[in-house]
Design a protein around this ligand. Structure first.
Ligand SMILES: [Zn+2]
Length: 553
């Protein structure tokens, strides 16, 4: 061992470039190669050769880039940095099926310490040690022999030239085969390791620096035009986390994951609801935006009014209670309570809290609501956030067994993973139902509870885990979310809503999405704004008597 530590190696630059390019091209790109191999179909001899040559050119981009940037003094730091980072991204792409694009970089930048530590597993440590850290150590022990400037320049230029010529030949000759493959697999470049996160980070930084514009007011004349009644409006919005509708009994899942909500009266559950994004950082601001998925820009969202601003302008008291990863700038202008900082709560365990922590103090808030003091409370739950699903519920909700009691979910069987995830849904069922039960105690309230999840989750279907796959190619498990509304008898009566109509409509209505939340909330809260679109208000079709603004399109 000591002898090895004292040994030093020598390598000339052409060899170093070649070995590095091969290492990055093949070893650190196993995820990319795996996807290419899986999706490529050899149909004839032409496509066979196209496929064969593909492996020749995979390391070329690295070879060209290394020949340009690896100059004296910065060679080792650059190679070491990218060896380390690429071994980590390779691990995540391979084990969890994640793609690296601008949105994924945003998720990484906006993540919390808890979320990060959840992802650190022994398996990851071993893979990164073998594929990233050991090559770094080897590099540090190696003396790089450079030629004279003139010779380096000549050698490198000719190597780059050769690569470009071969690539050009390859693309030209196999264009007929490559073009449709590229079109059908247009997200494959998100898995081309090293270049993927370098490009994505550059795009992310560019975007962040671009948004230096003033705050825009979307409607100066937001106001209330309520129905005349004697009740006090209280709306509680439970913002779900990583709950997919596929595992909800209310949507036909054969397991009893909604034993309590199934028994509640006045429940409306919309099926086939698609989320705005596949990650919290996009979906949460989008839910509160009037833009809708098609026009939503996550970078602009913090610089314009959102739904909460409109509630405030219409005279509502707005309270955001947080037990997840923050509100993604949505709650910046309203009262916010980080209940997860409560170290003495029996629902908290150091780095995380079970969602019941959000119920602590909720009764106190409701008791203090004065007559006609309209109150909107948002409970941002941690819901089914992975990979440490087993930490999301107390042990009395460990109904489906055996469970996966580790964050290293690849170590668990599909059944264990499914059981653990379903227990989180069972606990969510209890949580949402408890909020409804609590509100029922206040007969003077015109109260409602809305539950909507930010995005779904993959549980290993086709080798994909967690969430955050680019929307256009995301599996439906990541896009389909539960959307449940409970309306008190007082709301139904005072707002002239026909429950049977709502119930039937919820079964017939197709293509519901996060886009509907914004307008449904405005209608439910009787907030009159020019931004309201009645066709996106899920309750409007079943309002027997409409307010004037609800008659507009
Ligand atoms: Zn989320």
């Amino acid at each position: 061992m000591l002898k090895w530590l004292k040994t030093t190696f020598q390598i000339k630059t052409p060899k170093l470039m070649l070995f590095s390019a091969l290492y990055f091209g093949f070893i650190l790109n196993i995820a990319f190669l795996k996807i290419a191999i899986t999706n490529y179909h050899i149909t004839d001899i032409y496509s066979f050769f196209c496929f064969l040559f593909f492996f020749l050119v995979v390391p070329f981009p690295y070879y060209i880039i290394f020949n340009i940037v690896l100059i004296k003094k910065i060679t080792k730091p650059i190679l070491a940095l990218f060896l380390f980072l690429s071994s980590i991204t390779n691990y995540f792409m391979l084990s969890l099926g994640v793609y690296i694009n601008k949105d994924m970089i945003r998720n990484v930048m906006e993540t919390s310490v808890r979320e990060t530590t959840d992802l650190l597993t022994w398996r990851m440590f071993v893979v990164v040690l073998l594929t990233g850290i050991l090559p770094c150590l080897l590099l540090l022990k190696t003396k790089i022999v450079y030629k004279s400037f003139k010779n380096e320049l000549f050698g490198r230029s000719s190597r780059i030239f050769a690569c470009i010529v071969i690539s050009a030949f390859y693309v030209t000759f196999f264009y007929k085969e490559l073009a449709p493959f590229a079109r059908n697999n247009n997200k494959i470049d998100y898995t081309y390791n090293t270049l993927n996160y370098v490009v994505a980070t550059a795009k992310y930084i560019k975007k962040v620096n671009q948004v230096n514009h003033p705050f825009s007011i979307l409607d100066k004349s937001v106001h209330e035009t309520p129905y005349k009644d004697d009740f006090t409006d209280v709306v509680i919005f439970i913002l779900g986390e990583t709950a997919r509708s596929a595992d909800f009994e209310l949507y036909g899942y054969p397991r009893e994951t909604n034993p309590l909500l199934s028994k509640q009266n006045n429940i409306i559950a919309y099926s086939n609801v698609s989320s705005c994004g596949t990650a919290t950082s996009t979906s949460v601001p989008c839910i509160f935006s009037n833009k809708g998925r098609a026009n939503f820009n996550v970078d602009n969202a913090p610089y314009e009014e959102n739904l909460l601003d409109f509630f405030k302008k219409a005279g509502w008291k707005v309270i955001w209670r947080e037990n997840d990863e923050g509100c993604k700038k949505v709650c910046e202008r309203v009262a916010t309570e980080f209940v997860s900082n409560n170290l003495t709560s029996p629902n908290c365990f150091g780095s995380y809290c079970h969602d019941e922590v959000l119920l602590e103090g909720l009764k106190g808030i409701l008791d203090n609501v004065k007559y006609k003091e309209k109150t909107f409370i948002i409970l941002h739950t941690i819901g089914s956030h992975g990979p440490a699903y087993y930490q999301r519920y107390p042990k009395q909700f460990r109904k489906f067994t055996p469970t996966c009691d580790t964050a290293d979910i690849k170590n668990c069987s599909a059944e264990e993973l499914r059981n653990t995830y379903d227990n989180t849904i069972l606990y969510t069922d209890y949580f949402v139902s408890s909020v409804i039960d609590l509100l029922k105690e206040y007969k003077q309230f015109e109260s409602s509870v809305i539950y909507l999840s930010d995005h779904g989750e993959s549980l290993g279907e086709n080798g994909v885990y967690l969430h955050g796959v680019p929307y256009s190619i995301a599996p439906k498990e990541q896009r389909e979310v539960p959307f449940i509304i409970w309306l008190s008898d007082n709301v139904l009566q005072a707002d002239h809503l026909d429950y049977n109509c709502l119930k039937n409509f919820s079964k017939l209505q197709r293509n519901v999405s996060h886009d509907y939340f914004y307008h449904t909330m405005l209608g439910l809260s009787e907030i009159d704004t020019k931004l309201y679109k009645s066709q996106y208000d899920l309750l409007n079709k079943c309002r027997i008597k409409k307010l004037d603004f609800m008659k507009r399109n």
